[in-house]
Design a binder for this molecule. Structure first.
Ligand code: AHR
Length: 529
């Protein structure tokens, strides 16, 4: 029995309501008879709506890395690959379907070596610079104007990551003036001469990236002061209002959060968190993207679920200094990170993407919704051809990944209201470790439609899930499922549709109850009216 239900008996209603507000919105328990019956229950508390799921949780990240910017997005105006002002049409069309709300650029580690003046003005006059973080030479053909053109094509807000590691506050301040000022000043006029009359809106600007590592190897005490200094020179021009973002922790680096929040919370609007899922947890031998057994599947999901604990603990520290939750936690790098695959070199950090990645994506997004009162942005790493990408390209060919399909199915959550759930599911065990077999989330959108998503982590067992809508009835249900026969099913350039969503019909409705058969290793999103 849920502890919440036990308390129901002995507490007066007002005390219970206060307690309900404090309890985590998702609640896992193992039902006594569930281990063998593969039955699960879900209560969707439609009568207890919570916070808005900020659409920026569906954000993306595009770094000058491997074949992400060059070839993945930018092919140049003279390319035989169909393009609009140099940006490839097929990739843009696919990404538009995802309704990308916000795009982070130019890094990552690259951000702390990037000098914005290299990427403006006539392209044939731009300097060629070594990409010291990821190899190769950057022609700078893709710079400020091209990035903001991309954002406008996608309808995405711009999140620019400034250079602290090798740049100055003056360089940062001048970039912001160039971008956002409508004055008759030298920098605003330079922008006009470069083809952009009106200033851009830049809502998010970060002071460095991973300053505990590639961004300068700083101690948190030192970075807190550096952050305060640089943030002072992030000025608002001509009605633009910038949210200032500080470099936050990785994984369980709680001391970083403690120091930053105690010393610089007043100067920041957001603090980042980076967490990558490595199947083995070992950076020297991370595991293969495509060749894995059930042991590694299970280990990947165990490590994915850890982000829930990291968010909870970093949020608890933030709550001490910012109980009003003014400062957002922005998970601006997350996703899977595997070893380089054998075979032809497809560029730095290129990796294939399988059904396992779709499961990882669904779990993460469900967790972000649960914490969306504090987590108000997340940026999967990365958009094209790098790490857990939406889209892979090979010259003129493009393929949509299983992760892309999850982002497309889940886009209904963008800006919707989080509805708390109580999920009671059997454990999925492997060896000595176990995880809940299901992960779920629910929301109600502006038109009153209820959506819920369920991920079955177990690659072997179907689970029969009975969902009860508390405070609502069901008149119509539509849904989609993403699954495939093999754990490592993937889309390739020769077989691009091996993993793709299908209509989901394995459910029965009765009053306010819906019973669904969740296929093994699947992601389901349902819409209820
Ligand atoms: O996403 C790849 C790299 O991972 C980023 O450049 C860096 O910030 C992180 O370590």
């Amino acid at each position: 029995m849920h502890s919440r239900q036990k308390l129901n008996v002995c507490l007066p209603v007002f005390a219970l309501m206060a307690l309900v507000m404090l309890l985590p919105p998702t609640h896992f328990t193992t039902p006594t008879n569930a281990q063998n019956s593969y039955q699960a229950t879900l209560v969707i508390r439609l009568d207890q709506p919570r916070w808005t799921i900020n659409r920026n949780i569906y954000g993306q990240f595009a770094e000058h890395l491997g074949r992400l910017i060059y070839e993945g997005l930018w092919v140049g105006e003279g390319s035989p690959i169909p393009n609009t002002r140099g940006l490839r049409n097929d990739v843009i069309a696919a990404l538009k379907e995802l309704r990308v709300p916000v795009l982070r650029w130019p890094g990552g580690c690259f951000a702390d070596e990037y000098h914005w003046r290299d990427g403006i003005g006539p392209r044939d006059k731009r300097p060629r610079r070594p990409n010291a973080s990821w190899g190769g030479v950057d022609t700078n053909a893709f710079g400020t104007h091209e990035f903001l053109d991309l954002c406008e094509m996608l309808g995405a807000d711009a999140y620019i990551n400034g250079n602290v590691g090798s740049g100055s506050p003056q360089e940062m301040m001048e970039w912001i003036e160039y971008l956002t000022s409508d004055a008759d000043s030298d920098l605003a006029n330079l922008r006009r001469r470069n083809g952009r009359e009106k200033p851009w809106k830049i809502p998010y600007f970060a002071v460095g990236n991973e300053t505990w590592g590639c961004g300068g190897n700083m101690r948190p005490e030192y970075y807190a002061d550096v952050y305060r200094r640089y943030a002072t020179f992030i000025k608002n021009h001509s009605g633009n209002r910038i949210q200032k973002l500080a470099v936050g922790p990785y994984d369980e680096n709680y001391n970083w959060t403690e120091v930053l929040m105690s010393q610089a919370a007043k100067q920041m609007d957001g603090l980042s968190l980076h967490y990558y899922t490595l199947p083995t947890g070992n950076w020297q031998k991370k595991g293969s993207a495509t060749q894995f057994d059930e042991k590694e599947w299970h280990a990947t999901l165990v490590r994915t679920l850890r982000i829930d604990e990291f968010i909870q603990k970093h949020s608890a520290i933030m709550d001490k200094y910012d109980p009003q939750k003014r400062v957002a936690l922005m998970v601006d790098e997350w996703g899977t990170w595997y070893d380089k695959e054998p075979g032809p070199d497809m560029g730095a950090l290129y990796q294939q993407n399988t059904l396992r990645d779709a499961i990882v994506a669904g779990i993460n997004l469900n967790i972000f919704h649960k914490h969306a009162d504090r987590v108000r942005m997340a940026n999967i790493a990365q958009m094209v051809n790098v790490l857990q990408a939406m889209v892979l390209t090979d010259k003129e060919k493009m393929v949509l990944t299983p992760t892309y399909h999850v982002f497309r199915m889940y886009r209904v959550y963008q800006g919707a209201t989080m509805i708390p759930i109580d999920l009671s599911a059997p454990e999925y065990k492997f060896g000595d470790t176990s995880v809940p077999s299901l992960s779920a989330s629910a929301s109600r959108d502006g038109e009153g439609r209820l959506h819920f998503s369920v991920v079955n982590l177990d690659p072997n067992r179907e689970v029969e899930l009975t969902a009860t809508i508390s405070g609502g009835t069901v008149s119509s249900v539509t849904g989609e499922v993403l699954t495939a026969p093999a754990m490592n099913a993937m889309n390739t350039f020769d077989h691009p549709n091996t993993v793709k969503p299908a209509l989901f019909g394995a459910f029965k409705v009765q009053g306010s109850q819906i019973t669904l058969k969740m296929p093994a290793k699947s992601v389901v999103v349902l819409e209820l009216k």
